[in-house]
Design a protein around this ligand. Sequence first.
Ligand code: PBG
Length: 337
Amino acid sequence: MFIFPDSDFPIQRPRRLRKNKNIRDLVRETHLHLEDLIYPVFIQDGKNLKIEIPSMPGIYRFSPDRVIDEIKEARDLGIKAVILFGIPSHKDDMGSDSFSDQGIIQRSLELIKKEVPEMFVITDVCFCEYTSHGHCGVIVNGDVDNDLTLENLKKQVVSHARHGADMVAPSGMMDGMVKAIRQALDEAGFSHIPIMAYSAKYASAFYGPFRDAAESAPAFGDRRTYQMDPSNSREAFKEVYLDILEGADIVMVKPALAYLDVIKMVKESFPVPVAAYNVSGEYSMVKAAEKLGWLDGKRTMVEILYSIKRAGADLILTYFAKEVAKLINKGEIENYF
Ligand code: PBG
């Protein structure tokens, strides 16, 4: 740490570097680029559907036929990657739609890769949207059974890869999930497909609006036997470390805003790209307060995304992706400071 010499003030006047916009722009330490953004997209069974999610204004569930336009729009804005979440019409206790050739994600992948081949398509790999009980795996004795769930995860990733996924993102917080998935992909001839692991995923109240959007709230209990306790950060180090040993190419911290310290720790500790998930509740809070006239939505959005970047995220999964891409494209984003 640099220590200033004795004669600080009035020699040191930090305000000199804030005098006008030009100098502020020149010394700005953090920038947000289109390449940092991953846009989450919800796809549900059906035809000609575009249904706004009430708690997430501007975010929709699309049927596979309508999602193409949304993805083209994201592409035209310069967004390089999307992550897909599927909402099947058929749910059962194993979540079998998630590994079916006729599954909602499998059909959508084929369509998207055919219509918008230049988009990098990531799939969320989990079961909560697909199971009748809304938990992230197979239930045995009232809790998710880790090792049985791994078997289904293997089927799910191989199926996603066969139907065209460019990268898979396991989000279920099962122990050993990255290793199981890496092995399954390699054995099926997909050793080139990277894994972005939701490594430090906390049991968070900020997922509330997503669970409405994806119909994935657990029917009983909660996710605290698999997602992390929000009070822990050394445990995040362990989770990330294990995932990297198991073969994670990119690690993720989720949520982002209440876990900026964790993002920073991961960035400083490990030589892999760090993703952060700016989750549904973080989006909805801004939209709700904006609607009430309680804060400036755009400035708040920009400040939040820059804070996540500043903490160390290389990639940000965010529902703001399209909105912020428009500001970046107009060259206006840094006018919001
Ligand atoms: C699980 C999953 C969740 C989110 C992404 N993947 C929710 C959960 O654990 O209940 C949350 C995303 C968000 O809140 O935006 N498949």
